[in-house]
Write a protein that binds this ligand. Structure first.
Ligand SMILES: [Zn+2]
Length: 381
C-alpha cells in the first residue's frame, strides 16, 4: 500500500510539473522537502530495479523509451550548477552502455516513419535526445555517441545559436554562483531591496535574495538583469568567454555527422504562462530556423520545461490536417502517452543521483501504477 501511494504521489508530481521541472522544483523546495522528493524517487527506483527491463516492458507494453539529457561535462558549469546536477563523461558512457544492453537505438527518421507509434517497433527501442543546444553537445556528447553508433536528436533554441543570448535560468545560476562565492554587502542588499516593487516580501539577507532569485521566471527577466547589474555580473562577457551554446557551424557539423536537429522555442519560455499566440510564435519561429537556416527535411519540436497546461488548440494548429507544421513533438512526462498521438513523452536523465537504467526502470514502475489507475495518458483542454 505504501508503495502504491508513493507511486501515485510521484505520478501526480510528474503530471503537474513534468520531469525536468521536478528537478528545478526540488531545488526551490525547503531542505526537508528536498530530502523527501529524493527519497521518493529513490524508493520508486528501488522498486523498479527489482524487475528486469524485459519484465517491465511486458507489464506496461511500452516498447519505446525516449531518454533526454541537457549536458554532459567533467567541468564545473557555473551557469548550470545551481539548476540541476549533470553527469560527467564516465557516467554518461556507463548510462549509454546500459541502455544499449536493454534497448535498440533508433534514429529520429525511424521514429517519424512509424509516426512515433511504439507498437510498430520490433524490439524495445530508444531514441536519445538533448535539449538546449549547449556547446558540450558538439564537443563532448556527439563524439561519444558516434563512437558507440548511437543516433540522437539535439533540440536547440533558435535565439541562442552562436551565443546570441542566454537562457534566463542560466543567468539566475550565474548570480547564485556569485553569491555563493562572495559575501553580499550591505550596499548590494540595499540596492536589490530598492529594485523590488511595493508589497514584495522584504529582503533581510543573502538567503532571502537566493530564494527570490530561484522563484524568478521568464517574465521577470528585467529583474534578473537588474540584480546582475548590482553584483556587476556582465552576462555579455560570460557568453563571449564561455560560449555556452553551439555555433551554427557546430550544428551543421552535427547534421553532417548524421545527427538530427529539432526546435526548442526561441528563448526557452514557460509555455503555460504564454498566450496561445505567443506559444505558436515561439514554436513556429524556432521550427522555421531549423528548416530554413539549417535546411533539415524533417520537423520536430520539444517543449521548453514542460508541455503541462498547453491546450488542444495549440496541438490542433501544429498538427493541422492540411499542412502539419511538425512531424513529431516531445514533452517531459516520462512514459505517459498523450491525447495527441504524435506528441511523445520523454524521461529526464539529468538532475538525479540515479543511473540512466535506474531512471528508466523507475519510469516503467510509475507507468505500471499509472496504468492500473487509468492515469497514464496526458489529457488536455
Ligand atoms: Zn530546455
Amino acid at each position: 500500500m505504501i508503495v502504491l501511494v508513493t507511486f501515485l504521489c510521484y505520478d501526480i508530481f510528474i503530471h503537474l510539473f513534468g520531469t525536468v521541472d521536478v528537478h528545478i522544483f526540488i531545488k526551490m523546495l525547503p531542505k526537508g522537502n528536498t530530502f523527501k522528493m529524493h527519497s521518493l524517487k529513490r524508493i520508486i527506483g528501488h522498486v523498479g530495479r527489482q524487475l528486469s527491463v524485459t519484465r517491465l516492458v511486458a507489464i506496461t507494453g511500452k516498447q519505446l523509451i525516449l531518454p533526454f539529457y541537457h549536458v554532459v561535462s567533467n567541468e564545473r558549469l557555473a551557469h548550470i550548477n545551481h539548476l540541476y546536477k549533470h553527469v560527467g563523461t564516465k557516467s554518461f558512457e556507463k548510462d549509454l552502455d546500459s541502455l544499449l544492453k536493454n534497448f535498440k537505438p533508433i534514429s529520429l527518421q525511424q521514429l517519424i516513419d512509424v509516426n512515433g507509434q511504439a507498437n510498430q517497433l520490433d524490439k524495445p527501442s530508444f531514441h536519445i535526445t538533448f535539449d538546449d543546444g549547449l556547446r558540450e553537445c558538439a564537443e563532448v556528447i556527439a563524439p561519444i555517441l558516434s563512437r558507440k553508433g548511437i543516433p540522437a536528436t539535439f533540440f536547440i533554441n533558435s535565439g541562442f545559436v552562436d551565443n546570441r543570448g542566454l537562457f534566463y535560468r542560466f543567468k539566475v545560476s550565474l548570480i547564485l554562483d556569485h553569491i555563493e562565492q562572495n559575501e553580499v554587502s550591505k550596499n548590494e542588499l540595499k540596492a536589490i531591496r530598492n529594485l523590488m516593487p511595493e508589497g514584495a516580501p522584504s529582503l533581510k539577507n543573502a538567503n532571502t535574495i537566493v530564494n527570490l532569485l530561484k522563484n524568478l521566471t521568464y517574465e521577470h527577466q528585467f529583474v534578473i538583469n537588474q540584480v546582475a547589474d548590482v553584483f556587476e555580473i556582465d552576462f555579455g562577457t560570460f557568453v563571449r568567454k564561455q560560449k555556452p551554446y553551439m555555433s551554427k557551424s557546430q550544428i551543421l557539423k552535427l547534421i553532417d555527422d548524421g545527427f538530427t536537429i529539432g526546435a526548442h522555442s526561441i528563448d526557452h519560455p514557460q509555455y503555460q504562462k504564454l498566450e496561445l499566440e505567443e506559444q505558436l510564435d515561439q514554436t513556429k519561429e524556432s521550427l522555421q530556423y531549423v528548416q530554413e537556416v539549417l535546411k533539415v527535411p524533417y520537423k520536430v519540436f520539444a517543449f521548453p520545461f514542460t508541455d503541462h497546461g498547453v491546450s488542444n488548440d495549440f496541438f490542433d494548429e501544429l498538427y493541422n490536417k492540411e499542412k502539419p507544421l511538425v512531424d513529431l513533438t516531445f514533452g517531459t512526462a516520462g512514459l505517459k502517452t498523450d491525447s495527441h498521438p504524435k506528441h511523445l513523452q520523454r524521461i529526464a536523465m539529468d538532475g538525479t543521483e540515479l543511473t540512466a537504467l535506474q531512471s528508466v526502470k523507475a519510469a516503467y514502475a510509475a507507468s505500471a501504477i499509472q496504468q492500473m489507475f487509468g492515469i497514464n495518458r496526458v489529457k488536455r483542454k
